[in-house]
Design a protein around this ligand. Structure first.
Ligand SMILES: N[C@@H](CCC(=O)N[C@@H](CS)C(=O)NCC(=O)O)C(=O)O
Length: 234
């Protein structure tokens, strides 16, 4: 059976990583059996130093995009069937803007915001022995701050990042409209990506200005709850 290497449940969702959730949702929506191998320690085994990666009978694939490309070639997934060329193009562009833009909004909202960082710190680092904990937390936050700075988001104000996040959510809400899934009655790859990200804002038990704004989009809230109820029954 396919093994999905993940972090493990945190913040009230199955995994704190939207990339893990994206792959998880893709396999569930495709009806492909798999199991989680969950541990923060997986990062040390990860071929690219990031999660997720999968092991499919000895074939190891890292990076959510490449994993889905691989699975699409190996397994018969209904998620791509019936989409027009235009829909596939939209899915690619929207999916990548979640991976490359909304992701950094999420990282900022969790790792930098003073109202949420204590929660993140406790979740990931309470296992570190006390004398070392403060230094490990400081170093981890510094690394994230540096990544945000190099990426560019770290140069924006809190208010600017909140506005950018809300604009992304508004665009997703407009794209979804009254439909069940992004392209109609059936889920597609874009829904696995959208759910992967939206659940981290909407279904997570983190309560900050970012998640509060996200939950105000009624159709996105119902979308997340619908997917959770259908694909995550337990
Ligand atoms: N492009 C990668 C991004 C994966 C990624 O950024 N994973 C984060 C968690 S959300 C991670 O493992 N970070 C650990 C680190 O950078 O040390 C994908 O799509 O899988």
């Amino acid at each position: 059976m396919i093994k999905l290497y993940s972090f493990g449940p945190a913040f009230g969702v199955l995994d704190p990583s939207p990339f893990v959730m994206k792959v998880d949702a893709w396999m569930r929506m495709s009806g492909i059996p798999f199991e989680h191998v969950s541990s923060v320690g997986n990062l040390r085994k990860a071929p690219k130093g990031k999660l997720p990666f999968i092991d499919d009978g000895g074939k190891v694939v890292a990076d959510s995009h490449l994993i889905i490309d691989y699975l699409r070639q190996q397994y018969d997934s209904p998620l791509e069937q019936g989409l027009t060329v235009e829909q596939k193009a939209i899915a690619m562009m929207v999916g990548k803007s979640l991976d490359e833009h909304l992701y950094w909004c999420l990282v900022y909202s969790r790792w930098i915001r003073p109202d949420t960082w204590p929660r993140v710190k406790a979740t990931f680092f309470n296992v570190v022995p006390l004398p070392l904990r403060a230094v490990v937390c400081w170093a981890a936050q510094k690394k994230v701050r540096r990544s945000l700075h190099l990426q560019g988001f770290g140069r924006h104000t809190d208010e600017e990042i909140l506005v950018m996040t809300t604009e992304m959510l508004q665009a997703l809400s407009d794209l979804l409209g009254e439909k069940r899934y992004m392209f109609g009655e059936q889920p597609s790859t874009l829904d696995s990506t959208a759910y992967g990200f939206l659940c981290e804002f909407i279904l997570s038990d983190i309560d900050n200005a970012f998640s509060q704004h996200a939950r105000k989009f009624n159709n996105l809230l119902q979308y997340c709850e619908r997917i959770r109820d259908e694909y995550y029954p337990s």
